[in-house]
Design a protein around this ligand. Structure first.
Ligand SMILES: [Zn+2]
Length: 374
């Protein structure tokens, strides 16, 4: 494979003469740079999510964002979609990375998540009630530079008193906000765990359901009818269940996570078998869910959902690019050279992702090897 400037210029046999003066790197396996369609750069896997926002200053969180952006790109994730930050931090990080001030992946950012008053994540989101207010909230995010919009359609695990199964923003509110976002060409994601909220968001025209853990048969039918993506965030739940014990995590969080974990695999497998489109996203930043551990999400796609290694890779590359509406995730002449160079083929497990030989972003060396060369 030859890369010139930002793009791939040749793919094929090794007979092709390599132009003089070109830097060469040998790797047994090359895959597209990974796309994580659900992260929170502002959070670093703390056990107590809520206190992050109470006990730290915006400046401290901005520094955390920069650190997490660096970890992300070093681990081979070349694009992320940040689904909710305070103070427009993820938007500013996106611009700082694009300007070359700090290392990081290409960032698409949602600004603040739009939730009902007292809804899941209300302390960091933009509370909005009624069709008009939700519309205004979307306009505010657009004004502040957001690329996409995140709506909260059900309760969640990390907010006290928010029951994951219960609906929050209602269908009319979602429909109004989504119509406003789509008018401006912005795509929409809905945090939705419970079956009712999933159905509301799908009927309202959402572009992706985040989590989707309690999806039912009617929801699966709506997914197929509307051709909507599901971003399963498997690591978010597994990390809490595995790491939460004796780690100072609130009881209410652990209880909710265990409850969901019990049903998530069964429901998501059913959706996958029915033909629902999946795109990779890990909810990186949530408790014990690190920004440089996206490999774990790919492992879980295989172990929990029964995907093949190739299917998991496609979910975390081509499908993610399609969901985000960007020219990424494909190895071919003319495509942007976001590449991950691995020590071995990806077969039964996702281990090779954990220690890449090199990471290339838009034709430039940014990962492991780049640091060694420097
Ligand atoms: Zn999230």
């Amino acid at each position: 494979m030859l890369v010139a400037g930002e793009r791939i210029t040749h793919v094929g046999d090794s007979e092709t003469a390599i132009p003089a003066g070109v830097r060469t790197i040998e790797a047994p396996c090359v895959v597209p740079g990974l796309i994580n369609a659900h992260v929170h750069l502002e959070m670093s896997g703390e056990a107590q999510t809520t206190s992050v926002f109470v006990l730290t200053t915006p400046t401290q969180r901005a520094l955390a964002c920069a650190e997490n952006a660096r970890k992300t790109i070093s681990s081979g994730v070349t694009t992320v979609r940040d689904l909710g930050s305070t103070e427009n931090l993820a938007i500013d990080v996106r611009d700082a990375v694009a300007a070359g001030r700090i290392p990081g992946p290409t960032v698409l950012a949602a600004g603040r998540a739009v939730c009902m008053t007292g809804g899941h994540g209300w302390f960091v989101g933009r509370e909005a009630d009624g069709e008009l207010d939700v519309r205004v909230a979307v306009r505010e995010q657009r004004r502040d530079g957001a690329d996409c919009i995140k709506f909260i359609a059900t309760g969640g695990v990390l907010t006290k008193g928010a029951v994951p199964g219960i609906e929050q923003l209602d269908e009319d509110e979602l429909r109004s906000g989504i119509a406003e976002a789509h008018k401006h060409g912005m795509r929409c994601a809905a945090h939705a765990i419970g079956a009712g909220g999933i159905r509301n968001a799908l009927r309202a025209g959402i572009d992706s359901i985040e989590h989707g853990h309690l999806v039912d048969d009617e929801g699966i039918a709506l997914f197929l009818e509307h051709d909507t993506y599901l971003v399963p965030t498997l690591a978010a739940i597994r990390c809490i269940v595995e790491g939460g014990e004796n780690a100072g995590m609130p009881d209410f969080v652990l209880r909710k996570a265990r409850d969901i974990a019990e049903h998530a695999a069964t429901n998501l497998k059913k959706a996958l078998a029915a033909g629902v489109k999946f795109a990779g996203g890990s909810d990186a930043g949530t408790p014990f869910n690190a920004h440089d551990a996206y490999a774990y999400e790919l492992e879980l796609m295989q172990s929990m959902l029964g995907m093949s290694a190739r299917q998991a890779l496609r979910t975390a590359t081509v499908a993610g690019a399609d969901l985000l509406g960007i020219d990424r995730g494909t190895l071919g002449v003319g495509h942007v050279a976001d590449l991950l160079l691995l020590r071995s083929e990806i077969e039964s497990d996702a281990r090779p992702y954990r220690t890449p030989i090199a990471v290339v972003k838009a034709g430039a060396l940014v990962g492991a090897l780049a640091h060694a060369a420097a």
